[in-house]
Design a protein around this ligand. Structure first.
Ligand SMILES: NC(=O)c1ccc[n+]([C@@H]2O[C@H](COP(=O)([O-])OP(=O)(O)OC[C@H]3O[C@@H](n4cnc5c(N)ncnc54)[C@H](O)[C@@H]3O)[C@@H](O)[C@H]2O)c1
Length: 268
């Protein structure tokens, strides 16, 4: 029988990329709240120290680094420094990523390369560098998106890269199962964060026209994604690998279904 201790992460070391704000910051603080020491990276120094302070307040150890995860040498150096500091790695949360809306044919080669480097290659690089140091029982969690599982007009390359990470997740799960290292993904739908500013305006406009974007009545929060990440990193998820947890208020399950406003109430 599982016990509450099985969700504890005491004595474990977790790495989180893109940890300064949004989903990454929530992952960092929640992993620490459940007992993990954390190594955090973000390319923006602003707010990273605040997250580190919040972690330190839990009594857990924390290190911060500031670089762009597209820099492969910097990623490898960070892994080495983290292993030197903490001795081992137990969990890796590949969260740093980003996108912008653009018609497919307007995307320059440079912009496309940047999107692929940020959303896919940074993940392969970090997984490859970290996996050598992951202890048995270790866990990799890749933050993908609902867009990895459906068409995404205006976000073609981002969605394709996220779909690639979803597939990478399944393949690495099989490659590392013999070493008892689990590899899973969490796939959020829209979660209000600094990165979703413009998108939220567009969605708010749709809501005001009576169209609801997610089946669940309330908006998702970064903490909702972090909760799934912590569970996947914990012994509670010991037999879960190669899976995607959809943290999306039912969007993926709904397919093309939308709630419509009928007077003051939403109807099916
Ligand atoms: N928020 C959403 O609605 C949503 C939906 C689906 C998927 N996601 C995914 O969740 C993850 C986090 O999203 P968010 O909304 O919290 O983003 P955000 O933009 O609010 O925060 C991302 C953080 O990552 C950092 N970062 C981005 N690229 C980086 C890089 N190349 N190197 C180092 N740091 C980098 C940023 O500086 C920032 O601090 C991403 O993988 C995103 O694709 C988010």
């Amino acid at each position: 029988m599982s016990t509450p201790e099985d969700v504890r992460l005491d004595g474990r070391v977790a790495l989180v990329t893109g940890a300064a704000v949004g989903i990454g910051a929530a992952c960092a603080t929640t992993l620490a709240a459940f007992g993990a020491d954390v190594a955090l990276v973000d390319r923006e120094p602003e707010h990273l120290d605040e997250v580190a302070e919040a972690v330190a307040a839990t009594g857990r150890r924390v290190t911060t680094a500031c670089f762009d995860v597209r820099d492969r040498d910097a990623v490898r150096a960070w892994i080495d420094a983290t292993v030197t500091e903490f001795g081992a790695i137990d969990a890796v949360v590949n969260n740093a990523a980003g996108t912008f809306r653009a018609p497919f044919e307007s995307l320059s080669d440079r912009a496309e390369d940047a999107l692929v480097a940020e959303n896919l290659t940074s993940v392969t690089t970090l997984c490859r560098a970290a996996v050598a140091h992951l202890r048995p029982g270790g866990s990799i969690v890749n933050v993908t998106s609902v867009e990895a599982h459906r068409a995404a007009p205006g976000f073609a390359v981002y969605a394709a890269a996220k779909a690639a990470v979803a597939n990478l997740t399944r393949t690495l799960a099989l490659e590392y199962a013999p070493r008892r290292i689990r590899v899973n993904a969490v796939a959020p739908d829209v979660i209000p964060t600094p990165g979703t500013g413009m998108l939220l305006h567009a969605y708010a406009a749709k809501e005001s026209q009576g169209e609801s974007l997610q089946p669940w009545p309330d908006a998702g929060r970064p903490e909702d994604v972090a909760a799934a990440v912590v569970w996947l990193c914990s012994p509670m998820a010991a037999f879960v690998t190669g899976s995607t947890v959809h943290v999306d208020g039912g969007t993926w399950a709904a397919g093309g279904w939308r709630r419509q406003l009928d007077g003051d109430t939403y109807t099916l």
